[in-house]
Design a protein around this ligand. Structure first.
Ligand code: FE2
Ligand code: FE2
Length: 169
């Protein structure tokens, strides 16, 4: 069954939003890289890859449902940060906005009586809860560390251990 135009347009836009999220994480990675905080940078690059995989998941779904996919212009992300904490707070705001966005998309799927898309979106709703929790826990630690350079390096090294997740299907 072909997907309706309203949902197809919204999901097409969501591909762009996920790509923007990846772009934002790359921007934060570059900021950390410039400060030689390689662990934080590596963590953010893993996060960026996850966002790319989200974009691809939606792309594949639209193709499967017979929609035409159109790439839109990607907005420039924030490029200047005051601190690592500032970078993570930018990430948190972005993840929270994404949660709200998926909530809206689910509402639209319900209005359009498209149960397939509604169930497709469930994964993203759960994912956003995890993402917000993950970024929040880093922010809590950064607040404890404050201006302590040694603490910052320790946390950077810890987060740098994170491996990219095997791509889920
Ligand atoms: Fe995402
Ligand atoms: Fe995310």
């Amino acid at each position: 069954m072909m997907i309706g135009k309203r949902l197809a347009d919204e999901l097409n836009k969501q591909i762009n939003i996920e790509l923007f999220a990846a772009y934002q994480y790359f921007s934060m990675a570059a900021y950390c890289e410039a400060k030689s905080l390689d662990g934080f940078a590596s963590w953010m690059k893993v996060q960026a890859q996850e966002e790319l995989s989200h974009a691809l998941k939606i792309y594949d779904y639209l193709i499967d449902r017979g929609a035409t996919v159109t790439m839109l212009a990607i907005e420039q992300p924030k490029v200047k940060f005051n601190s690592v904490l500032d970078a993570f707070q930018t990430a948190l705001k972005n993840e929270e906005d994404l949660g709200t966005r998926f909530n809206e998309l689910s509402e639209i799927a319900r209005e359009e009586k498209d149960n397939i898309t509604y169930s497709f979106l469930k994964w993203f709703l759960d994912e956003q809860v995890e993402e917000v929790a993950l970024v929040s826990s880093v922010i809590d630690k950064l607040k404890l560390i404050g201006d302590n350079g040694y603490g910052l390096l320790m946390l950077s090294n810890e987060l740098g251990q994170r491996q990219p997740e095997p791509t889920a299907e």
